[in-house]
Design a protein around this ligand. Structure first.
Ligand code: ADP
Length: 561
């Protein structure tokens, strides 16, 4: 049978439990300490030496076959030497007992009865244990830059050394709390605990250990997860059932925090509720949680730094390609003109003005493109440094939209794209003209770029104190998973082989719109087209502008229609 050596670190906690059982199963004596040890009232009889509702466990937590239990062996005539065992009691709690059992012989030498003697014991982790555990935890967490992958193995260091179960919850950037690892020494309870945590994820706002840790950042203890506690915190009947099946445990929760930030909580469970967590264990666990938090923080910072470097490298590649693209036709045209001028000068002929003007057109177009790119780059660094300044004045968004549309009409005509404007009345608000023009320009140039030559519509309307501008195209569209991402810096949802661009236009647009106190969002169906909706508060403007105007606005004569 599985032997439980006498544990030398074990400390006898209390008085002796005695049980005297006749060979027939009749219980002759069962003292109050035995009742306390096994968590049962004195039974009248036992069957085959099995105490009702109790189970002896091997050191790995698996139950011992009934005929290998100390009392059963003594009834079979065997002398059972002192050893430390774990007994699983009817209420689900566990207790470590030092037990001996001896057969009591009758007059003819046959076994008449058996005497079981028990002591509750407590084993304490030594100072050496905790420092070894810390060293092992450090080695484990430091072994990989992906510290989160090590959290499961980390719990294995704690279970069963410090508790029967452990779980680690972390707060995600969205402030939700999720269980990242859980473990119970008992295989059956491990499954139940996992099911419990999956179906009823911890809620840090509910009263109990976890909320305490998240709110105060301090250690929380629960001596025993009693029936009363279960009924208080259970969210429904099923929740209560699972908690009961996992069984009563003492809990110790410590904050997993670094640099004043509570990232999560580490919770230890102990089913031997007579053995409370002591101050030394609490200190150890707090230290371990602190180190875990530092590893997690460092891993996060490293991930972010790597991502930033990757983005920068990718951006430098795209930026140099984009800056070079206008330079090639520019330099070719200038070289060609230079050659023609030299030949004509040699022949004593004048240079035809239309040839010069055609070259200058190309030069101007490409220089404009270059300066737009450089302006975008400058804007990004202004935004990063928080230096985006707005010069607010009273403007009519309908006129601004018409003006920009007008500027785009030659380009649209060239690519055969029809432009429509629906801005029947002025929509006045207080905004920065250049920035507002920039926003409309970005949205319209994207609609032409990604609009596959189909018509593009621009609409402006007022909704009380909000101005709304929408740009609709019927082009390539955007996949749902990309809709939010494209407003981030350098984010693109197309391959740069098919479409040039730095992935900055929408980022800058969003920054400007947010500086105005507004929002910009995209709705799209891939292959069907996209609609970008801009909503801007109109600011502090005279009351009369808030009511709809039927007549064209003050500067609407600049519009193309
Ligand atoms: P760029 O056009 O330089 O890539 P933007 O920041 O203007 O940068 O746009 C980011 C990404 O959003 C684009 O790369 C493209 O994938 C997507 N996008 C923007 N506007 C549209 C649109 N009208 N239709 C389809 N995709 C678009």
């Amino acid at each position: 049978m599985e032997g439980n050596e006498l544990d030398l670190s074990a400390r006898v906690m209390d008085a002796e439990g005695l049980a005297l059982v006749e060979h027939s199963g009749r219980v002759l004596a069962f003292n109050t300490h035995a009742c306390a040890h096994f968590g049962i009232p004195a039974p009248a009889t036992v069957e085959h030496g099995r105490l009702p509702g109790c189970e002896w466990l091997r050191s790995d937590g698996t139950p011992l076959p009934p005929d290998e239990a100390p009392l059963a062996r003594a009834l079979a005539g065997e002398q059972v030497d002192a050893a430390v065992w774990t007994v699983l009691r009817p209420d689900g709690t566990r207790l470590r007992l030092q037990a001996t059992a001896a057969p009591v012989k009758g007059g003819e030498g046959q076994v008449a009865a058996a005497l079981l003697r028990t002591y509750a014991v407590e084993s304490r982790p030594t100072v050496l244990d905790t420092s070894r555990l810390l060293a092992e935890a450090g080695a484990l967490l430091g072994a990989s830059v992906d510290a989160e992958a090590q959290l499961g193995p980390l719990l294995k260091l704690l279970v069963p050394a410090l508790g029967d179960g452990a779980l680690l919850v972390l707060r995600s950037p969205g402030k939700d709390v999720s269980v990242v690892a859980s473990l119970h020494v008992d295989a059956g309870r491990d499954v139940l605990l996992r099911e419990l945590l999956e179906r009823y994820p911890p809620d840090p706002t509910l009263p109990g250990g976890l909320s305490h840790v998240f709110v105060t950042g301090a250690v929380a203890r629960l001596c025993v997860m009693s029936e009363e506690h279960v009924t208080t915190i259970a969210r429904d009947v099923e929740h209560a059932r699972l908690m009961r099946e996992v069984g009563p445990h003492g809990c110790l929760s410590v904050p997993v925090g670094a640099r004043g930030n509570v990232l999560g909580a580490l919770m230890l469970l102990r089913s031997n509720v007579l053995h409370a967590f002591d101050a030394e264990e609490e200190r150890f666990l707090a230290e371990l949680a602190h180190r875990t938090a530092l590893y997690l923080e460092n891993a996060r910072l490293l991930r972010e730094a790597r991502e930033a470097v990757r983005q920068r490298d990718e951006f430098l590649g795209i930026a140099s390609h984009e800056l070079k693209t206008p330079l090639t036709p520019l330099s070719l045209k200038v070289q060609l003109l230079q050659k023609q001028v030299t030949v004509l000068a040699r022949e004593g002929k004048p240079v035809p003005t239309e040839r010069v003007s055609e070259t200058l057109d190309v030069v101007q177009r490409q220089v404009r493109r270059l300066s737009r790119l450089v302006d975008n780059l400058l804007d990004v660094s202004r935004i990063s440094a928080g230096r985006l300044r707005l010069e607010v004045e009273e403007l009519d968004l309908a006129s601004v939209a018409a003006e920009i549309l007008y500027r785009f009409s030659p380009a649209a005509q060239q690519q055969g794209t029809e432009l429509e404007l629906h801005a029947p009345v002025p929509v006045v608000g207080r905004w920065d003209r250049l920035r507002l023009e920039q926003v409309v320009t970005n949205l319209l140039s994207n609609a032409l770029k990604y609009g596959a030559g189909h018509p593009v519509a621009l609409a402006v309307e007022a909704h009380g104190t909000t101005a709304r501008l929408t740009v609709t195209d019927h082009g390539i569209g955007i996949a749902p998973e990309d809709l939010a991402r494209i407003f981030e810096r350098f984010e693109r949802a197309v391959s740069d082989r098919h479409y040039g661009g730095l992935g900055l236009g929408l980022y800058i647009t969003r920054q400007i719109v947010e500086a105005f106190g507004g929002t910009v969002q995209a709705q799209s169906e891939p292959g069907q087209g996209s609609t970008f909706i801009l909503e801007l508060p109109r600011g502090d403007i005279p009351e009369e502008w808030l009511t709809a105007h039927a007549a064209p606005g003050p500067s609407s004569e600049s519009g193309p229609d």
